[in-house]
Design a protein around this ligand. Sequence first.
Ligand SMILES: Nc1nc2c(c(=O)[nH]1)N[C@H]1C(S)=C(S)[C@@H](COP(=O)(O)OP(=O)(O)OC[C@H]3O[C@@H](n4cnc5c(=O)[nH]c(N)nc54)[C@H](O)[C@@H]3O)O[C@H]1N2
Ligand SMILES: Nc1nc2c(c(=O)[nH]1)N[C@H]1C(S)=C(S)[C@@H](COP(=O)(O)OP(=O)(O)OC[C@H]3O[C@@H](n4cnc5c(=O)[nH]c(N)nc54)[C@H](O)[C@@H]3O)O[C@H]1N2
Ligand SMILES: [Mo]
Length: 765
Amino acid sequence: MARKNPHVEEADENNIEVGKPKDWAAGIPGIYHSMQPALKHMGVGRTGKTLLGLNQKDGFDCMSCAWPDPGHRKTFEFCEQGAKAVTWEATPVLVSREFWADNPVSELRGRSEYWLGMQGRLTEPMYKPAGEDHYRPVSWDEAFSMIGSKLQGLDSPDEAVFYTSGRTSNEAAFLYQLFVRAYGTNNLPDCSNMCHESSGWAMGQTIGVGKATVTYDDFAKADLIIIMGQNPGSNHPRMLTALEEAKEAGCEIVAINPLPEAGLMRYKNPQTVKGIAGHGTALADQYLQIRLGGDMALMQALSKRVLDAESKRPGEVLDHDFLREHCEGLDELKAHLAELQDDTVLKATGLGSAEIDGLAERYLRAGKVIITWAMGITQHKKAVPTIKEIINLLLLRGNIGKPGAGASPIRGHSNVQGDRTMGIWEQMPRPFMDALAKEFSFEPPRESGVDAVEAIRKMRDGGIKVFVAMGGNFVAAISDTHAAEAAVENTEMTVQISTKLNRSHTVTGQEALILPTLGRTEIDLQESGPQFVSVEDTVSAVHASEGKVNPVAPGLLSEVAIVTRLARATIGSRIDADWTGFERNYDLIRDHISHVVVGCEEYNRRIREWGGFVLPNGPRDSRTFRTPTGKAMLTVNDLELVERPAGTLILQTIRSHDQFNTTIYGHNDRYRGVKKGRDVVFVSAEDIAELGLADGQSVDLHGVYGDGAERVMRKLRVVSYPTARGCAAAYYPEANVLVPLETVAEGSHTPVSKAVIVRLEPSSG
Ligand SMILES: Nc1nc2c(c(=O)[nH]1)N[C@H]1C(S)=C(S)[C@@H](COP(=O)(O)OP(=O)(O)OC[C@H]3O[C@@H](n4cnc5c(=O)[nH]c(N)nc54)[C@H](O)[C@@H]3O)O[C@H]1N2
Ligand SMILES: Nc1nc2c(c(=O)[nH]1)N[C@H]1C(S)=C(S)[C@@H](COP(=O)(O)OP(=O)(O)OC[C@H]3O[C@@H](n4cnc5c(=O)[nH]c(N)nc54)[C@H](O)[C@@H]3O)O[C@H]1N2
Ligand SMILES: [Mo]
């Protein structure tokens, strides 16, 4: 099955083509584009097995995002992005031994993420000794014994850090955190630290649970859905089907976003006749092109209008019963919002009063409201208070804990929420730790471990010597690329458990190991037979996922197998855990999950039920709020504007249509009209003129942070684009060179990836 390594053409950034942005998403090109790459690489049989198995009840869970599956599945329950993710993983192109011999690490470092990812799947464990520039094959046993002895030899378990990306299954995640805690540390940062941490933080403090308070079916029951800081057309495409269904049932939709995103404007559903033949469904009834970071002011302004309406029509506007019985802090909120100045709101949001009035009226008209959000909200300095203001607005009219209403952070990685449920967090709460201690008769460490940003700082300062990653591409995903790379290079050993090559394999500690693993599409055969794993989506539905195609290479180990063997090599029989048994039969892992994780009782039985089950959620199910007072908290949050010195712009870093995080599938951003390259910066025509630049010109982006470090991104093509005034956008992960490590969201410590102050200067040469 193996083929020769492909010739991969790097993009020539001088040939970028810029056309008109689209104002609709999906439709025929959606399906057409989704089938094309699969057929090309995989052949008809493998394509059929993977794509038809996607999101089916007896198939595997799509790894492209955490959007839930509807109860009623279609034969093609996937989107273009899912098809790309599956093809990228299931491709039978393999990284060969010759590849490693031909390519020194120092040269691989100069390659783009696109080129690295296109080299194919990793097939055998590789080791780069200290002082050498090449990886060479090692046996699995050698690999585990090297890592085990290294970890045993550290002065303290806190000198090691264990990162997790969000694709890891519940079973692997549960064992991984068990191993790490039995080894003796809580150093368990994850991609969530860079993603929805702010949501968990804000919701935990206000309503007692960091997860969505809605189920899939609530979307079709809502009167109004407000979508903030999210680009579902590219990043959660199947959400558009749910929005279309809601729309057809009479729901209004409002989008709040500095960019006019195609997927929020109009949707042509490729699975309906109307979508194929007609104009599709108009989605957003109102589109507020807000200034970056303006959402907190907007939420406050809306809540203030709700309170003003109540003053005019006492007893008719607020949900008084709900507020009395379930909430605290109304008087303080009223007093605080009474002080809110209109001109501050207009400055912060860049919106007009009429627009805000219009949205307030919609909100007041609607009996049931859902607010969804993603990275445009969570990756700001004031992300946590912004989300608390979203909760305020919802609570005022009882929009939490009733059908068709709720708060809905839309998570990113397909199992990032499940990984957290299974204990991947540097600061798991006490009840979880107690249950873990009891189940495995050991005393886990209790002090918090490091989060993602803190891990980089400690590597930089020499306090962390070993870095282990369960998936992901940490060095590219974290902020301040150059600082992050120097920090990782300051370690003694890096270990990456991965499916495919990425930048994190090329920026290493003195010694480095790559442990190749099975992907979710593949059959996972163990001694007791084929295994399935389980995952949790963004609305807390837990279900099984079982691979359908043969592994791309013999000898690949599953993530579960890798963790059990790491544990055996490092801690042996230090705790009462049957590591060998876990690898043979994943039911044994699920038995332990049943005892430790609240809501997962009888896991083995319930996970086998058709479609799985939904985890309990106090606010959603019974308006129960596990806060210190037992009430939902209305909170007072001080407004702070994102200041923009004259001559600068506020830059956000976004995903194109052809990428999954740091994985670059291609060089087009179809809906935004950009083709054949990624080195662009989107700026409004007015700002281009004001800065004395020209559309199409080549510019350098200089970070303006003032800590003395030089942060520059060179040779970007200016693209005139109708984004909000004073704002700009460039693609992540490349733009991470501009995001200072020290700029993090208050409380959650998420890097501020959506508000980087930059100066644009004509490129020299
Ligand atoms: N195909 C594909 N699917 C994915 C991913 C992928 O890379 N590719 N990534 C996955 C992951 S891990 C995640 S977290 C999600 C990410 O999903 P998104 O959050 O949709 O991803 P981003 O590209 O970061 O888009 C941020 C959006 O917020 C808007 N925005 C930025 N700042 C602000 C602001 O201050 N206010 C408001 N109101 N809006 C703002 C931007 O214009 C943009 O539309 O998608 C997941 N799904
Ligand atoms: N500037 C800026 N930075 C950001 C963001 C942003 O919007 N702007 N977004 C942030 C967000 S939301 C996130 S979630 C992070 C993402 O950070 P990460 O999760 O660390 O990054 P990914 O790009 O998703 O990781 C891709 C790699 O995972 C490996 N992989 C894929 N599938 C599997 C699997 O099944 N098992 C294993 N073991 N490995 C696998 C492959 O080797 C692949 O190269 O980035 C964050 N960084
Ligand atoms: Mo994410």
